[in-house]
Ligand binder design. Structure first.
Ligand code: NAD
Ligand code: MLT
Length: 317
């Protein structure tokens, strides 16, 4: 048992039920400080006192933050994507980064299906119209999902769950992932395809890759040109996987009938030109925003912090 105080800074809003493991831990001397909404400068000033930094997606952990973090041993990300953390700087300073890869899979998949359905049936547009006192049934004639082809680019945890649900809607699913084998595709009842084959054949395309140098602008002008007229696009993964300027052009040119976006290159995305287009529906990065997912990711990362200080190992490095 160690009595040395371990200072933990929670810099983004996390589920209080989810951080319960940290609150009730008695073997370790944990000092949990919740201070959300810090500016980058305030975080840099503060971080030197802490051994653990716990974030969601709002806080960007830059090389400057890491340089100032003289006592930092571990950064916990209560969620999947670690693109808001400079992994190279963390590694160079011997700081371990852990995430919570499973806790929000279901919520993100459900949100993706909700966005696809809303897109197909113009639900946000029709809701706005009715709220504004109009009874307009002509402008919102949608399309069915049944018998349509859904292309899933990135077939990991969320992509697979989206495919299961889409099959429940009786859609055909084409899937691309560099690690997808023929056997696994067969087992899951989807057809393995390349990104180009998906672009050529799909009525709906949804992306579920991490944001990496290889996936940035993966869906771009050239890919839009290959797509069917009237294709619908969903991005509940990361802004930047789909090139926003090229998507804007594809929508205004009528190539893309509509897009449903939960994520943007720059967040908060209150000023994004895509939001001016009536064919684009959007949510403010809500894919993982459920009570269940937020509790689950915070529990997972809290348990990993405890495990690290007790055993020196983590579950999700
Ligand atoms: P995952 O790691 O289980 O799956 C990602 C998949 O992408 C992997 O199978 C990987 O092989 C594949 N991939 C990697 N490079 C690729 C490429 N060049 N082309 C095609 N596929 C590629 O992750 P996940 O849990 O399914 O989450 C996916 C992403 O969704 C996360 O990285 C995160 O950015 C995002 N996400 C967003 C929300 C939200 O709130 N909107 C919630 C959870 C996750
Ligand atoms: C994630 O990568 O897990 C998502 O961005 C969800 C989030 O933390 O908001």
């Amino acid at each position: 048992m160690t009595t040395e105080q371990i200072n933990i800074l929670i810099a983004d809003p996390l589920s209080e039920d989810g951080i319960f493991p940290l609150r009730q831990e008695t073997e370790l001397n944990l000092n949990v400080v919740v201070d959300t909404g810090l500016t980058p400068e305030q975080l840099i000033e503060k971080i030197g006192d802490f051994h653990v930094l716990l974030v969601r997606s709002q806080t960007t952990v830059t090389p400057e933050v890491i340089k100032a973090a003289k006592n930092l041993k571990l950064i916990g990300r209560a969620g999947v994507g670690v693109d808001n953390i400079d992994l190279q700087a963390a590694t160079e300073h011997g700081i371990i980064v852990v995430n919570a890869p499973d806790g929000n899979t279901n919520s993100a998949a459900e949100h993706t299906i909700a966005m696809m359905t809303s897109l197909a049936r113009y639900i946000p547009q029709a809701y706005n119209s009715l709220k504004n006192g109009k009874w307009d049934r002509k402008s919102y004639v949608g399309v069915e999902l049944k018998n349509k082809t859904l292309g899933v680019v990135g077939f990991g945890r969320i992509g697979v769950e989206v495919a299961f649900r889409a099959k429940g809607q009786r859609m055909q699913v084409l899937a691309y992932d560099p690690f997808l084998t023929d056997e696994r595709a067969k087992e899951l009842g989807v057809t393995k395809a390349t990104v180009d084959e998906i672009c050529e054949a799909a009525d709906f395309i949804t992306v579920h890759t991490p944001l990496l140098p290889e996936t940035r602008n993966l869906i771009n002008k050239e890919k839009f040109a290959m797509m069917k007229d009237g294709v619908r696009i969903i991005n509940c993964a990361r802004g930047g996987i789909i090139n926003e300027d090229d998507l804007y052009d594809a929508v205004t040119e009528g190539k893309v009938a509509g897009a449903a976006l939960d994520v943007f290159v720059e967040e908060p995305a209150t000023d994004n030109k895509l939001l001016t287009l009536p064919q684009v529906i959007a949510t403010p990065h809500l894919g993982a925003s459920t009570i269940e997912a937020q509790e689950s990711v915070a529990v997972d990362v809290s348990n990993d912090i405890i495990k690290f200080f007790k055993t020196g190992t983590v579950t999700n490095p």
